[in-house]
Design a protein around this ligand. Structure first.
Ligand SMILES: Nc1ncnc2c1ncn2[C@@H]1O[C@H](COP(=O)(O)OP(=O)(O)OP(=O)(O)O)[C@@H](O)[C@H]1O
Ligand SMILES: [Mg+2]
Length: 251
């Protein structure tokens, strides 16, 4: 479904800060399952996601989605295929717009419209129905600016928006890292049920190895520009993963 083929990425080429993150790196991500990338700080997890989404340019190689080479497409064009939620709750929603306007925008993704016509043509019942599924009471705050919501409320809304029009690929870069443990668990539960319900091909990044075993299907550890581990979550326990991870870091 997603094929990363022989990609190369070096930051600050030709300077003393030159830093090669990937050198002919390849990875295939299977359709309809949740694959989580783990690995130490700075190993290139976010860089990989940014190369997939197009927010960073590739030096070499190809990104293939559903058989189509999207490497030369702009980030905006690629967003047709992808939904993305990052770690920062400010990123996933338009904070100067209210909840209703944000949801209306997400439901109109890939269509041309003005804000006025957007509001007029938005399906209020549909927006309320979807917000109710979050069980956070956001359906009673339709006209609250999203900048006034808590981090957890915003991340939940961002996830709902990123999946409002079923994306071919969902990219989640530590999307619960800034939240308290209970809110983080709620959002991970919601993420998993969205993936299961819609069979969305999902690539996650996480440092929470226990969550990783609980919530993903496939686990890939990235270290020094290579795939260090490639495991099925059903085949290992949380403690086994922690042990394997530490062993890889020592080597
Ligand atoms: N835009 C950039 N310009 C220069 N260097 C960058 C840029 N983005 C990332 N890097 C460098 O690339 C390396 C990998 O960064 P990246 O953010 O991908 O790591 P990560 O695995 O996501 O780490 P973390 O777990 O801390 O989020 C780091 O050394 C970082 O400093
Ligand atoms: Mg990162």
């Amino acid at each position: 479904m997603l094929e990363i083929r022989n990609i190369t990425k070096t930051f600050n080429i030709g300077t003393s800060e030159e830093n090669t993150i990937f050198d002919k790196f390849s990875l295939e991500v299977e359709e309809g399952i949740a694959t989580t990338i783990i690995g130490p700080n700075g190993c290139g997890k976010s860089t990989l996601m940014n190369l997939i989404s197009g927010s960073l340019p590739l030096d070499e190689g190809q990104i293939i989605v559903n058989g189509e080479d999207i490497s030369k497409l702009s980030e905006e064009k690629r967003s047709k295929y992808m939904g993305k939620v990052n770690q920062d709750p400010k990123d996933g929603v338009a904070t100067n717009l209210d909840i209703y306007e944000n949801m209306a925008l997400a439901l109109k993704k890939n269509e041309k419209f003005g804000l006025k016509s957007l509001k007029k043509s938005a399906d209020t019942d549909e927006i309320i129905k979807r917000l109710k599924e979050l069980k956070l009471g956001l359906e009673t705050k339709l006209h609250t600016k999203t900048g006034l919501l808590s981090g957890g409320q915003r991340q939940s809304l961002a996830l709902l928006m990123a999946t409002a029009k079923r994306p071919d690929l969902l990219l989640l870069d530590e999307h619960t890292a800034a939240l308290d443990p209970k809110t983080s668990r709620n959002i991970m539960d919601m993420t998993r049920s969205l993936i299961d319900k819609e069979k969305i091909t999902t690539l996650l990044i996480s440092h929470n190895l226990r969550d990783v075993v609980r919530y993903s299907d496939r686990i890939i550890m990235l270290n020094k520009g290579q795939v260090a581990l490639d495991l099925r979550a059903k085949d290992i326990t949380e403690d086994e993963l922690i042990k394997l991870y530490k062993k890889e870091l020592r080597e």
